[in-house]
Design a protein around this ligand. Structure first.
Ligand SMILES: Cc1ncc(COP(=O)(O)O)c(C=O)c1O
Length: 370
């Protein structure tokens, strides 16, 4: 039953794409780079597998941190701590803070931070609570809604509220060549240890199976996290992958162009879906978040009802294109569609339309008894 498998826990046990077997076309339930990993980075990992498997990795991840410092346009690699995906750094950053945990200013946000806060018995408060918080988390751009808080807005937030701020910028590198200018990393000089910036490199470099994440903050915060981090959590392969990905500028240029080009086409297809459904006399809607910038690698869609959203999820499963139902975020009428080849989106939208047509025909054949 799709509802249970897609939605029952914060981390699916088995990726839903695998469960689809031969039906599988594309996984829109995730928001990783649709190009897949850089070929150069994959080659580096394969070479590293032969050489590095029998040795412990560099516990300081020196070369990889240096590469990331270059990518983030910061001069000091000591401001970076790497880990086994951003998830490890989410755990560490929350654990070195104290006091209440404040959610970001959106109706829903990536829930792993809140889960860690709950596991530490921390009080969780909404963004607009008048209570003082020890730590606030803002995802920029926010997953799943796709809203983006600009750097001047981030600065205003730091000036108006107390405590430590964690900015999750896992999707910011999709913005384009100047993305690093928009990073909250640039505020470390002014706000010091109140700012911690997390990057999940598994998104832009499409390597969730390899696990690669980092946090950028002051040396003082880094030392506190190193003190409680398990050793060698960033594997030799992941370190090599990071270095090679930073080196592959061509891959980044392709990525930026691909997301924008495909998203324009997909948004057009989505409009056509709405028109088609309306022309059938149906009052269902698939409304995208118009405030979300074009470079964000997914489309956040609010439908007219939970039933419509569920029907779209079922259509996706049946046609080999799983999508993310946002019910676990408390948004049961909403969907998140990762950007993939527009042909796959066309397949999905066709399957959704066919589902509604079939439902109409069924209703016409079996009118309710009076
Ligand atoms: C906003 C955000 N941050 C962090 C993560 C965790 O990433 P990782 O795979 O690097 O642990 C995710 C994963 O979906 C995410 O969406």
């Amino acid at each position: 039953m799709p509802a249970a498998t897609l939605d029952s826990c914060h981390t699916p046990a088995l990726a839903s794409w695998k469960a689809l077997g031969e039906r599988y076309i594309a996984d829109m339930s995730v928001t990783t780079n649709a190009l897949g990993p850089s070929q150069k980075a994959l080659d580096a990992v394969i070479a590293s597998l032969r050489v590095d498997t029998e040795h412990y990795p560099d516990a300081q991840a020196s070369d990889a941190r240096e590469a990331l410092a270059k990518f983030l346009c910061i001069g000091n690699k000591k401001l970076i701590l790497m880990g086994n995906g951003a998830s490890e750094l989410i755990d560490l950053t929350i654990r070195i803070t104290t006091g209440r945990f404040r959610l970001g200013p959106y109706p829903a946000q990536y829930s792993e931070y809140e889960r860690v806060a709950h596991s530490g018995n921390r009080e969780v408060i909404p963004f607009d609570s008048p209570l003082a918080a020890g730590v606030t988390v803002v995802i920029r751009p926010n997953s799943p809604t796709g809203d983006f808080m600009t750097l001047p807005e981030v600065r205003a937030l730091l000036d108006s509220k107390e405590g430590i701020f964690i900015f999750d910028e896992s999707f910011l590198p999709f913005m384009g060549p100047n993305w690093a200018e928009h990073s909250a990393v640039n505020l470390l000089g002014q706000y010091g240890s109140r700012v911690m910036v997390i990057h999940s490199w598994t998104k832009i470099w499409s390597c969730p199976g390899l696990r690669l994440g980092s946090v950028t903050t002051t040396e003082e915060n880094i030392a506190r996290m190193e003190h409680i981090q398990v050793p060698w959590s960033c594997s030799a392969l992941a370190q090599r992958f990071a270095i090679a990905s930073v080196d592959d500028g061509e891959y980044m240029v392709k990525t930026w162009a691909m997301v924008r080009r495909w998203k324009v086409l997909i948004l057009h297809e989505l409009e056509c879906l709405n028109e088609d459904l309306h022309s059938l006399g149906l009052s269902v809607t698939f409304q995208r978040n118009e405030n979300s910038p074009l470079w964000v690698p997914w489309i956040f869609v609010t439908t007219d009802s939970e039933a419509t959203a569920l029907l779209a999820v079922e259509a996706g499963e049946e046609c080999g294109v799983p999508i993310r139902w946002c019910r676990s975020h408390g948004l049961a009428a909403s969907l998140r569609l990762g950007i993939r080849d527009p042909d796959a989106h066309e397949t999905l939208f066709r399957a959704i339309k066919a589902k509604f047509v079939a439902r109409m025909q069924q209703a016409a054949a079996h009118p309710p008894a009076h």
